[in-house]
Design a protein around this ligand. Sequence first.
Ligand code: 13P
Ligand code: SF4
Length: 301
Amino acid sequence: MKKIIDKINDLKKQKNAVILAHNYQRPEVQDIADHTGDSLGLSIQAAQTKADIILFCGVYFMAETAKILSPNKIVLIPDPDAGCPMADMITADQLRELKRQHPKAKVVCYVNSPAEVKAESDVCCTSANAVEILKKMFTEKDEILFVPDKYLGSYAAKKAKRNVITWNGYCPTHAKMLPDDILKLKALHPEAKVMVHPECPAPIIKLADEVLSTAGMLRYAKTNDAKEFIVVTEMGMIYPLKKENPEKEFYPVSDLAVCPNMKRVTLEKVLYSLENMVYKIELPHEIMSRAWGSINRMLEY
Ligand code: 13P
Ligand code: SF4
């Protein structure tokens, strides 16, 4: 393992590459990253980096977003099959049809979407800013199409008090979580705070002390006085939470809360990727520039 890590670090320096890793990545992958974070934080890193190469340890839409924000850089993903099933629940053709049915509506796309869908949208959002984007960019009178996540869309619409029509997409990992999982943990640890990701269904969100993006969970756990937390999102979150707060306890909502796609990236694949400069994210220029518009509108806010 040490040998692989040394090789990755040498190549990173030689090639002026930066490694970005999502908070759900395997612990050893998070540890070799220059920056870890949520979708919003990593997008900002991708837009600002001075490196020539961005190696993105995450799922495909995240690497695509990095490419859109840094079109002149080489963006690599160590496993091109690391997709996000929710992102693949809508196509650009389906969104165009939905827009035809609602000609006056504005489109908000969750960042978990293909580049072609972002290109058809007015503004992008992440789990960290969906409520704010709806509140600040739209009025109560606007008709808003929110794609693809029905759970995040409904949660944000309710919080922002906006008129939203959601697409029927969802995250299979977060949809598996049950209210009973939380109630059982709460019975065992009555003092624990419940942190919930907004990709969860409404009955789960009802049980939350706080609804947060993955980076939001890290901030909350650090600054809150509580000593115990029930973590209602993908299991990978336990690692950075515990690393930053060794004196606190974190209970994963369920052993089933695993995103298999996030776990496809391994150190071996990271090394192979840097050695062979694979797998490059390539997108048509026209799609990138339109998708950039919707992402950039989010970043401006
Ligand atoms: P965050 O942006 O909150 O890290 O979420 C990304 C994601 O895919 C959650 O399933
Ligand atoms: Fe997609 Fe869900 Fe995996 Fe996040 S946890 S990448 S939304 S499948």
